[in-house]
Design a binder for this molecule. Sequence first.
Ligand SMILES: [Fe+2]
Length: 271
Amino acid sequence: MNIDTLRTDGFVTVQYPPNLRTLVMTAMASWQAFCKLPPEEKSKLSQQTDRTVDFGYMRRTDQGKAADDKELFHLVGKNLPQIYRQAADIADPRATLFIKAIDALLRESAPLVREFAHEVERVYHLTGFEDEVMSSQDNWTFRLLHYFGGAKILAYRHPDRKGFTLHLNESAPGGEYLGFDHIWRPWTVSEKQTIIFPSMELQYRSAGMLKALWHQILSTPETIHTGRYAMVAFIDFRHSHRVEGRTQDFEPGFNYDIPFEEFRKVFVPRP
Ligand SMILES: [Fe+2]
């Protein structure tokens, strides 16, 4: 894997190995099938009793600047046994098929994640980084999104918080990234390729050598009516610090040119 474009564009484009491509497409199709289940069935995969538990099925209707009207699903490896038990309570087989598809994707994407972490460790001399990533596999989060449309901005501009992000698949265009020249450009995610980019904690871990990429999702004339499906993976690793506050509230690209001593001020130690 050649990660040279991290310096120039802020992300790398990776062609899918055939087996992974098949799993990505299967997972996307099963997410779309799951979304068609009645709301009361879908909510059986939510954690309704505890709003702080951020996994399973969620329906968001936030208002304001970072308005979000979407349904989403978080699958975290460590929660798989519980989600399988919950899915078994849903009579429609689409629920369990959906969990199985994401489970398979979680396992089979590991070599690609390792390859990226390996190259980052080698090129940027981040000793131990590959091991830190791979020993955190139970905390990687696969996020499946369904935006209902209607709004001009589907995801307000932000950098991601954790280690790095794989944009695995999108049902339509509309994703844009902020280049290091502070110009917004569309990105290309297709059935054949994914993009991988650093998030805030990797910028910290690399003492500012890698930059957390700002991105946003806009509606197109089509998706404003039809809505949009997407699938991403947030690759976590154990890190001493976390971002304080909402990344949407920072100035776009604030982290591209500032010294590390300034950048680290938006972090607080993990308890
Ligand atoms: Fe994001």
